[in-house]
Each structure stands twice: as structure tokens, then as C-alpha cells.
Design a protein around this ligand. Structure first.
Ligand code: COA
Length: 198
């Protein structure tokens, strides 16, 4: 069934994993999650080059922008809940329609919940939504070559390495090379949740 996107992306479920839009009342949980995981995320978190001032300053602004961007269908952000607790984020960003129909996926979760296979399932849910409902043509995930945990996520999902983008994203204070993993719609023969099992 094709759902209409209004101000939020739809909620997606698998067992005890729930992907749902962020809410204004998540503010204090979010703050705690980010501060507890500051060191864990530092090496992989996007940062602002000195020339850019576009990031939302507060959590509320981020939620407001998230609703605006979901309505415009340009950026979808889900909070990841595991056993009813918010533990991370997965996004489908830079959604381009028209002759491109592509986007990227980004993600992180709390160190305390790593290693349980939560992110591969979360990304699978988002990929299934992107191909089955948004009907995009191409999705990419860019990962620093040093990020072995994240490389395992795309390996488990059997995404193909397209190549290296040099100096691609500003991370932890500098421009970093990234390996880019891609899937195009012609290659999608089963759901990504199925792919994970095989
Ligand atoms: C990358 C990340 C999303 C993986 O999510 P996850 O749900 O832990 O994924 P998995 O459970 O499939 O584990 C993937 C790999 O992480 C590593 N790992 C497992 N437990 C770990 C732990 N406690 N701490 C660190 N790494 C661990 C293992 O190499 C594992 O591979 P394996 O299953 O073959 O052993 C998560 O580690 C994370 O949020 N890291 C920080 C932010 C980040 O790197 N974001 C991605 C930017 S591209």
C-alpha cells in the first residue's frame, strides 16, 4: 500500500525495533543520548565546515525542519526505538525526484545498543520503504574506510561498493574520503529484510 507523506515519515516496525518520527517531547532523551555518546560518535559524526551556518541550533528546530523537509519529501528522519526506548537515528536524505530519483541513507545508534544487529534491520526497513513506497531508483550509503562497524552493516545488506569519493563529507573537523555503497532498483528482487536472512 502506498502511504501519503504528510509532515512525518511513516512508522516502520520489525519485532522490537520501531522507526518513528522524532517528536518535540523527545528533547531531553535526545540530549542525554547525544551527550552519553559524544566520544562514541565523534569520529563518525558530520561536522560543519567554517563556511556553513545552516545546521539547526536546537533539537526543536531540528524536529521542525524535519517535519518541513518530510512534507517537501526531501529528507526523512526516523528515531530508532528498541524495546520502547529511543536509541538512535536513521535518515533518508537529499531525496531527489525527477530524472534522478535517488537519496542517501545515514545512521547512528547508542554505544550501549551496538552489536545486536539493530542497524542492519533498521536500514533494511528504510530501504524497503524507499523502493516499495517512494519508488526511488537509486540509494547510496557513504562510509569512511576506517569505520569497520558501519562497513559490516552494508556487507550484511549485500550492498555493492561503487567506489571512493575523495574529501566527500566534513566529519570530526575535516573533509574525509568515503567509500560509497549503492543499490539500484533493478537489483532489488526481494525485500531487504529477506536479504538479511539469506
Ligand atoms: C555502525 C553502527 C550503526 C552499527 O550498528 P549495529 O546495530 O551495532 O550493527 P551490527 O550489530 O550489525 O554490528 C556491526 C559491527 O559492529 C561491530 N560491533 C559489534 N559490537 C560492537 C560494540 N559493542 N562496539 C563497537 N562495535 C561493535 C562488529 O564489527 C559488528 O560486526 P559483526 O556483527 O560481524 O560482529 C554503530 O556501530 C554506530 O552507530 N556507530 C557509531 C556511528 C556510526 O559509525 N554511524 C555510521 C556512519 S557511516
Amino acid at each position: 500500500m502506498k502511504r501519503k507523506l504528510r509532515t512525518n515519515p511513516p512508522t516502520l516496525y520489525y519485532d522490537e525495533i520501531k522507526l518513528r518520527p522524532l517528536r518535540y517531547r523527545d528533547g531531553s532523551t535526545w540530549k542525554k543520548l547525544r551527550s552519553t555518546n559524544k566520544a562514541w560518535l565523534r569520529e563518525w559524526d558530520a561536522t560543519l565546515p567554517p563556511t556553513d551556518e545552516n545546521y539547526p541550533a536546537t533539537f526543536s528546530q531540528m524536529v521542525w525542519q524535519g517535519k518541513r523537509d518530510a512534507r517537501k519529501k526531501i529528507h526523512l528522519m526516523w528515531g530508532i526505538e528498541y524495546k520502547k526506548k529511543l536509541i538512535g537515528i536513521v535518515t533518508a536524505g537529499n531525496i531527489t525526484l525527477g530524472s534522478s530519483r535517488n537519496c542517501y541513507i545515514g545512521y547512528w545508534l547508542s554505544k550501549s545498543q551496538a552489536g545486536q544487529g539493530i542497524m542492519p534491520i533498521s536500514v533494511a526497513l528504510v530501504l524497503d520503504f524507499i523502493f516499495q513506497e517512494l519508488k526511488l531508483h537509486r540509494v547510496e550509503i557513504a562510509i569512511r574506510p576506517e569505520n569497520t562497524a558501519s562497513l559490516r552493516v552494508v556487507e550484511k545488506l549485500k550492498l555493492e561498493l561503487e567506489g571512493v569519493r575523495r574529501s566527500y563529507i566534513h566529519i570530526n573537523g575535516d573533509w574525509r574520503d568515503h567509500q560509497v555503497f549503492v543499490v539500484v532498483e533493478d537489483e532489488v528482487t526481494t525485500s531487504f529484510l529477506e536479504r538479511l536472512k539469506n
